[in-house]
Design a protein around this ligand. Structure first.
Ligand SMILES: C[S@@+](CC[C@H](N)C(=O)[O-])C[C@H]1O[C@@H](n2cnc3c(N)ncnc32)[C@H](O)[C@@H]1O
Length: 266
């Protein structure tokens, strides 16, 4: 299954250097603090990054810090945009090629929704991690685009079109996400130290900002990869969102579930 839902920007800017959306910087800074969980960085490494992809989310969280470690992904390593000095290994997180307690922290960003066996996978991550495990998952059900109808003469049926398009993009993402993460971690013998919902909003739509790139991802998936929507239909909706944004009447909202887990003391 293609992993079309991701918040990392498309690899087109910066000549291979990691790009972090300005709207997400504070969120990523907070994730870094949560990963450290009050420890100095030297006590938090090495770090395991599960489902590392091209390393962009890892870079967004750890760039410029003294953390280092290993990224694993079932996919073959491609063009690495993650932090320098990290190893990247092709492996399934359900069977990790590491000894018990090899890592002092673990991170898993936007991977939970793709796991076939979340409980077994979390148990395996816990086996190799002697420290906190930070699980971050975008709650795609909360992805929301709003354009004020009165300001731009937006037709009510167009707003419905927008909702349909977003639904088609997020189809298959798990609902009741927070409950699922808690249930899977409890079954894996983990308890959560903290669990919160990060809400990220932007009222701007301009080239390469977060809302722009999320719309690009939706278009790429619906129009090009799965060809379930005609380009014209998508582009009309997008143009209306742009008019609303130019009038200061646009908002995009998304939520991320952030859970810090720890092995239950036996
Ligand atoms: C949406 S991407 C997220 C990549 C990166 N963490 C980020 O946030 O930018 C999900 C990644 O998880 C990987 N993945 C899915 N199931 C996995 C598993 N069982 N073990 C390791 N990697 C897995 C996919 O290959 C993909 O690269």
């Amino acid at each position: 299954m293609p992993h079309h839902r991701t918040l990392t920007p498309p690899e087109r800017r910066g000549g291979g250097a990691p790009v972090i959306h300005a709207e997400l910087r504070r969120h990523y800074d907070k994730l870094y603090d949560q990963l450290l969980n009050g420890r100095p960085p030297r006590d938090a490494r090495p770090v395991l990054d599960v489902g590392t992809g091209d390393g962009l989310a890892l870079a967004a969280i750890t760039q410029g810090s003294p953390l280092h470690g290993v990224g694993v992904d079932t996919a073959e390593p491609g063009h690495w945009l993650g932090p320098e000095g990290w190893s990247v290994i092709q492996a399934d997180a359900q069977r990790l090629p590491f000894c018990e307690g090899s890592f002092r922290s673990a991170l898993m960003v936007d991977v939970f929704e793709w796991l076939r066996h979340p409980t077994a996978t979390l148990a395996e991550i816990a086996r190799v991690t002697n420290g906190p495990i930070l699980v971050v998952q975008t709650d795609w059900e909360g992805l929301w685009f709003q354009a004020d109808k009165s300001a731009v003469g937006l037709r009510a049926d167009r707003a419905e079109v927008g909702r349909d398009l977003v639904r088609a993009f997020t189809r298959g993402a798990p609902d009741q996400l927070r409950g699922r993460i808690h249930a899977a971690s409890a079954e894996a013998g983990l308890e959560w130290t903290s669990s919160s919902v990060a809400t990220i909003t932007t009222d701007e739509l301009k080239p390469n900002n977060l809302a722009w790139d999320v719309l690009e991802s939706i278009r790429r998936y619906l129009v090009i990869e799965s060809a379930q929507v005609r380009a014209r239909r998508f582009d009309d909706w997008r143009a209306e969102l742009q008019r609303a944004a130019d009038d200061g009447q646009f908002t995009m909202l998304l939520r991320r579930i952030v859970t810090l887990l720890e092995r239950r003391a036996s």
